[in-house]
Design a binder for this molecule. Structure first.
Ligand code: HEC
Ligand code: HEC
Length: 340
């Protein structure tokens, strides 16, 4: 065997091993990640399989997860409204209004922690929260388990996927596996990064420069997901009689008061209104507050003050908005499935 054949063989073996390890990690084919996005990692104890994803999809759209059978995950994270909803803050069972804006489920697979304040570590853990939240779905998990157990199609599917009956652990895992398939990439920005010079307009190219350099936006909104996963205070609540404590609720540390996790910025065109309280109606409004360096309050993040010093002009702000539009990509829009 000459040197070249050996090298080719080594590469082929390495490639096959790599592929096999990915396939085993997911217990099935890995999710198809659109161009521009990093690989999706599922926890070791919740590999993704087509059957589990399908079960998760049914649960996601099933209003029987709520106490009065009226609200499903899709009510507040509607595929046709960018997997979020066109309301400032959410409305749960019996018309109760919450205090926070429903974030999109798109690319939530990449968040290091879930919720505006990062109080859930994983999608598995997050999924069970709204079911028991009294103003969201207001149900008891043990009752949900009982009710789903009475539906033969669900017991059959849980058996096939987990080898058990219906469990709350299984509900969380199946929904999380489904959510990990809701990805958006291949935006004009991604195509530009991949070498297509024509993918961005001139305004968008100027906006991209401002975003990374003068405006300092990328320090927090770091590509490719456009979040660094950290928490900052931008003063969105400043001046309210009862500001949302945000991250402080989780850590109880004074310095975390009014801090929220940096949101992703993909698909903003479809996911307004913006901010944790949905107080910015338009993308222009949201960019204006950020470009102003947030609103004054005793806990304003020093990095927001850095943005303020950049003194972004009206033209800069317009270009930033245009750039953000270039982050809108292609994500699945799923019709509600026929429920068992
Ligand atoms: C009544 C509306 C409502 C329902 C129903 C609801 N959610 Fe949410 N969801 C929200 C709101 C509001 C938040 C943000 C709450 C917070 O940060 O404190 C949220 C946060 C999330 C997040 C975190 C996203 C991020 O960026 O951190 C995920 C994921 C999610 N929900 C998935 C689900 C799933 C799965 C279900 C069904 C089991 C569900 N939601 C049901 C309103 C709702
Ligand atoms: C210090 C970190 C930081 C910097 C710098 C920063 N942001 Fe933000 N951004 C945040 C945080 C945190 C939020 C959420 C604030 C809230 O809801 O209370 C946010 C929210 C946003 C939103 C709303 C997204 C949504 O889904 O609700 C937009 C748009 C945005 N930022 C754009 C920008 C732009 C443009 C710049 C640069 C001019 C910028 N940001 C600079 C941290 C930052």
């Amino acid at each position: 065997m000459n040197f070249r054949t050996t090298t080719i063989l080594v590469w082929l073996t390495a490639g096959t091993l790599c592929f096999l390890s990915v396939v085993t990690a997911y217990g099935g084919p890995p999710p198809v990640v659109p161009p521009g996005l990093p690989p999706v990692e599922a926890p070791a104890d919740n590999p993704m399989t087509p059957e589990k994803i399908e079960l998760g999809k049914l649960l996601y759209f099933d209003p029987r997860l709520s106490k009065d059978g009226t609200i499903s995950c899709a009510t507040c994270h509607n595929p046709k409204e960018g997997w979020s909803e066109r309301r400032s803050t959410s409305k749960g069972i019996k018309g109760q209004i919450g205090s926070r804006n429903s974030p999109t489920v798109i690319n939530s697979a990449y968040h290091r922690a879930q919720f505006w304040d990062g109080r859930a570590a994983t999608l598995e853990e997050q999924a069970l929260g709204p079911i028991e939240n009294p103003i969201e779905m207001g149900h008891k998990l043990e009752d949900v388990v009982k009710e789903l157990t009475a539906i033969p199609e669900y017991t059959k599917r849980f058996q096939a996927v987990f080898g058990t009956g219906v469990t709350k652990d299984g509900i969380g895992k199946a929904i999380a596996a489904f959510e990990r398939t809701i990805l958006s990439g291949n935006s004009p920005y991604d195509r530009f990064k991949a070498g297509d010079e024509t993918a961005l307009t001139d305004a968008q190219k100027r906006g991209m420069q401002l975003f990374t350099k003068k405006g300092k936006c990328a320090l927090c909104h770091t590509p490719p997901t456009f979040s660094n996963g950290r928490y900052s205070n931008a003063g969105v609540d400043a001046g309210k009689p009862k500001p949302d404590p945000g991250r402080h609720d989780v850590t109880k540390k004074d310095r975390d008061f009014g801090k929220f996790r940096t949101p992703h910025l993909r698909d903003l065109v479809d996911t307004g209104p913006y901010f944790h309280d949905g107080s910015a109606k338009t993308l222009e409004d949201a960019v204006a507050l950020m470009a102003d360096g947030g609103k004054d309050n005793p806990h304003l993040s020093s990095m927001m003050k850095g943005v303020r010093r950049a003194k972004l002009t009206d033209q800069d702000r317009k270009d930033l908005v245009e750039f953000l539009k270039a982050l809108s990509g292609q994500y699945p829009v799923i019709e509600p499935p026929k429920l068992p």
